[in-house]
Design a protein around this ligand. Structure first.
Ligand code: ATP
Length: 329
């Protein structure tokens, strides 16, 4: 069964094509383009970007997958959560395609799609998931038909904090890799570390790091190193506690920030010390992409789900733990 997935929740528009055979997923293509503004994301401009690139991405995805339109069996799209104008663009594209090809359509949750692509590509079975991106920071575990959120950010997401800090420090975009470069050779200086029960907060840390830049008393590499260290140490602490509470034995990190080698190293050390396994989604699929949306659609369709066109309205505030998972037995 061949599924096409359309991703457009924020600043990336992506189309992926996958083939599902039994429990196996083969990614035939995954093409995407991201809009990088100088300042923060302007939702309307992001949507305009998606409209501009959609047709070329679609044609390239078909070409790379070496299939024709008529080979598509199912259309899947990111129905939420995300920015309303971006979501609407992806939804309109998906509805049009479904009606043109006369193939079923399914709207899926973007966050759950990040988790499932991570699981299938790493072979993790029942992990504590660390979902870290520009818009999300959650510690998640499956239990009783849903992905439960054990801990989450009380304010901004870690990727957003990193990107904002990188802008303030004039490091450029995207923040993660630029911060890594700037932190080379840095030493730790004291900065806020905010874990509250199973939740965490990044805004105080961001303010402190930004203020240190303005004050010009510390070396930039030390500020970058320490800011990054505390971001990842807070997440690692809560993930370890989730492992301990649930008695699960695997960690899986997904989302754009999963590309961070520093974070992955920290998680590896923590897991090694407690006899758990650490997995990370391959970097090519850590950021937003269409392949994960296609795989999620295929999984849900295998459990009998489909949408009527009139039920495909987008849901900007759809939480991970609101999704009923029917395909895990
Ligand atoms: P979502 O809609 O899922 O919240 P998003 O729109 O923010 O996601 P993603 O592509 O999942 O998009 O994640 C982008 C984030 O990943 C950015 O904040 C970026 O700085 C961060 N990132 C990318 N590479 C790295 C890296 N090597 N280290 C740390 N962060 C990284």
């Amino acid at each position: 069964m061949i599924t096409i997935g359309i991703e457009g929740t924020a600043h990336t528009f992506g189309i992926g094509i996958i083939e599902k055979k039994g429990k196996k997923c083969t990614i035939l293509s995954s093409i995407k383009k991201t809009y990088f503004p100088d300042k923060g994301i302007h939702p309307r401009e992001a949507a305009q970007h998606h409209i501009t690139v959609a047709k070329d991405i679609y044609l390239e995805a078909l070409k790379k997958a070496e299939i024709k339109e008529k080979d598509i069996d199912l259309v899947s799209f990111s129905m939420g959560p995300g920015l309303m104008p971006s979501l609407k663009t992806a939804a309109i594209f998906a509805r049009t395609l479904s009606q043109k090809l006369k193939k079923p359509i399914i709207g899926v949750n973007h966050c759950v799609a990040h988790i499932e692509i991570g699981k299938i590509l790493t072979n993790a079975k029942d992990p504590i998931v660390i979902f870290v991106s520009g818009g999300n920071s959650q510690i998640i575990g499956y239990s009783g038909g849903r992905y439960r959120i054990f801990g989450e950010t009380l304010d901004i997401a870690v990727g957003n904090a990193i990107d904002k800090f990188a802008r303030i420090a004039k490091l450029g975009n995207p923040g993660g890799p630029k911060l890594d470069k700037a932190a080379i050779g840095g030493n730790y200086i004291k900065m806020p570390y905010s874990v509250k029960g199973m939740d965490f907060s990044f805004s105080g840390l961001l303010t402190s790091a930004s203020t240190k830049i303005d004050q010009n008393k510390n070396e930039l590499k030390d500020i970058c190193y320490s800011f990054r260290h505390n971001c990842f140490a807070m997440l690692t602490e809560v993930a370890e506690r989730a492992l301990s509470h649930t008695e699960k034995s695997e960690i899986l990190v997904v989302g754009g920030v999963a590309a961070s080698e520093t974070f992955k190293n920290m998680l590896n050390i923590m897991c090694k010390e407690r006899g758990a396994k650490a997995y990370a989604v391959p970097t090519e699929y850590s950021g937003d992409n269409g392949a994960m949306i296609a795989w999620q659609g295929a999984l849900e369709h295998s459990a009998g789900r489909e949408h009527k066109i009139e039920d495909t309205h987008v849901t900007p505030k759809w939480r991970t733990d609101q999704v009923e998972i029917e395909y895990i037995k």
